[in-house]
Unconditional design. Structure first.
Length: 77
C-alpha cells in the first residue's frame, strides 16, 4: 500500500484521485479501439514538445512495428 496516498474514490466508470479534497487525476476507460502505436508515434512526432524518444528504443520499436503480421486465427479452431 502506498503510505502517503490520499483518498481514492472509485465507481464502475472511473477512478478519481483526490488530494486535500481536490481531484488531481481521473482515470476512465477508453472508448473505442484506441489508436495503433504507429499512429501515436506519428502524432507525438508532429505535435510533441519537449519529449524525446531514446534512439535505441526508437530503433527497437521500429523493428517491432515493421515485423507485425496479421493475426493467424486459424489455429484457434
Amino acid at each position: 500500500m502506498i503510505e502517503d496516498m490520499e483518498r481514492v474514490r472509485m465507481t464502475d466508470a472511473e477512478v478519481v484521485v483526490e488530494q486535500d479534497q481536490r481531484p488531481v487525476a481521473v482515470i476512465i476507460p477508453i472508448t473505442g479501439p484506441g489508436r495503433p502505436i504507429d499512429e501515436c508515434i506519428a502524432l507525438a512526432t508532429a505535435h510533441g514538445r519537449g519529449a524525446e524518444l531514446a534512439e535505441e528504443y526508437a530503433h527497437d520499436l521500429k523493428e517491432v512495428l515493421d515485423s507485425r503480421r496479421p493475426l493467424d486465427t486459424s489455429v484457434w479452431d
